[in-house]
Design a protein around this ligand. Sequence first.
Ligand SMILES: Cc1cc2nc3c(=O)[nH]c(=O)nc-3n(C[C@H](O)[C@H](O)[C@H](O)COP(=O)(O)OP(=O)(O)OC[C@H]3O[C@@H](n4cnc5c(N)ncnc54)[C@H](O)[C@@H]3O)c2cc1C
Length: 600
Amino acid sequence: MLDDSPDTKVDAALAKLGKALEAGDVDAAVNLFRPDGFWRDLVSFTWNIRTLEGQEQIRAMLQSQLSATKPAHFARDPKEPSTEQGGISEGWFTFETGVGRGYGHIRLRNGLIWTLLTTLEELKGHEEPKGLARPMGAEHGHDRDRKSWKEKRDKEQAELGFETQPEVVIIGGGQGGIALGARLRQLGVPTIIIEKNERPGDSWRKRYKSLCLHDPVWYDHLPYIPFPENWPVFSPKDKMGDWLEMYTKVMELNYWGSTLCKSAKYDDKAGEWTVVVERDGKEIVLKPKQLVLATGMSGRPNVPKFEGQDIFKGEQHHSSQHPGPDAYRGKKVVVIGSNNSAHDICAALWEAGADVTMVQRSSTHVSRSGTLMELGLGPLYSEQAVAAGITTRKADLIFASIPYRLMHEFQMPLQKEIKRRDAKFYDDLERAGFLHDWGADGSGLTMKYLRRGSGYYIDVGASELVIDGSIKLKAGADVERLTQNSVVLKDGTELPADLVVYATGYGSMNGWAAELISQEVAEKVGKCWGLGSDTPKDPGPWEGEERNLWKPTQQEALWFHGGNLHQSRHYSQFLALQLKARKEGIPTPVYGLQEVYHKG
Ligand SMILES: Cc1cc2nc3c(=O)[nH]c(=O)nc-3n(C[C@H](O)[C@H](O)[C@H](O)COP(=O)(O)OP(=O)(O)OC[C@H]3O[C@@H](n4cnc5c(N)ncnc54)[C@H](O)[C@@H]3O)c2cc1C
């Protein structure tokens, strides 16, 4: 009897793929894909983060990269059973390249490859010291010049940046810089993290008092040290700060707190950066080969300019500077904006007894936290997913295996179900006058996040306050000017105000390059974030991957790292491997360096 189990189908496809690739037969490899097939590669073939769409793009990539990559040993992972549903077989596999070992995921439709994910896991000869290869810690035997672990660590800290230069400098010690720093340390890449705040975690501590993570704990683990089983589902921000501080310490990161990066300049000839930082009032010059800006997607406040801001007698600040509600009991507050921060801040102010008005200019997508957790993240990141054997690594790879071109199609049915389940909630919200949308194509929150990083609220209670009028709402309204004691809207409404909060979001990360390097470099690398979906705030043309994040940019030796905790965890692996390869002089022929279509 013919065995047509999913494992057999995946085995057969991998055998053919492996054979074609090992033989350097591009045509044979391409013909294993459907005409509408996708190949997403995270660094293993392209030394880039790229999705090839359709046979011709796959062919062009292989023609360029195959001989240098030398792929071999494609084999189904025997620990992960293949599955089949709706005519699609899925499986997991290992493979090697000339310089590394990789892991991948395959989806087959009618015997042809529909989606292929290839990821670089480690570099041969530069494996992380873990498991059987972990350090001994104790050095058994005798040595009159014996140095303890701490003495060695103290020496390293005293010398790095002074007698010895780091290979990598990371500007920004939020969770992004910290996660990447941890990966680089395990790979033996000397790295200094520069952070203007005093302590690791301060970027969370300094946010408004009521902030808790909007994503659940299963989505938020850092590399190497997952949160314990009793960690709250939604980390309160100060607890998150303490975790990051603990993590930085035990992962032995070279973290320079209270240190401001003032400027950075690349010397093409020397192939190194001159990075000027100020630490404890003293200027120090660092000379790394690679520079990473992990200065935060949510770090450069967008503050709108309105007539009258100079004469307004009350207090006004951006949401990132908002201290929390305590000082505003009984005060009149106008919050400009209607996304996450605006809702969180309005709700906390209302709880503290302030009179709050939210000014909503354009529509916002709202998902109720419970529904989103169950339907959106639950299948991959939840206690149930863990029980079903979906580890964090596996969940990250499943998510990565869905090409961005198709992802909205995976999201749309989910949004329909959310709409069905919470129909009354959305009716109430709209009846209250709140302008609500489901994203440009009905694909909801995840796509809004990936395309523009804004435009949504994960409801943890503020929507009820909007619905019942506790938070007053001026929807479809725009600010015309401020007077000494009020905000005047374009429709003539005057809102008395003691405090104005601008919950108006953040600018593109290449603004950091303009600030620290030069306007010229900022424009050369172009806009960060977004897929080129040609939807609001994510202009086309289609680019297919997050612009400039975690991959080579048009500026030699300049990298951007950031995103939410999930992305920071997952993509720090690939950025760290790219940096390690460069340190070791391993050839890294980059395929398809992104074009720049937007300056910022
Ligand atoms: C209100 C709010 C809620 C959020 N909720 C979530 C959530 O639930 N889950 C989630 O995953 N993400 C959430 N995010 C996104 C969040 O911003 C990121 O997850 C996280 O902060 C990104 O970490 P990061 O390290 O990339 O950036 P940041 O945390 O912003 O860190 C960047 C660091 O760079 C430092 N820096 C900047 N310039 C310099 C300089 N010149 N010299 C030295 N240091 C410098 C800053 O001081 C800062 O500490 C939220 C963001 C906001 C604003």
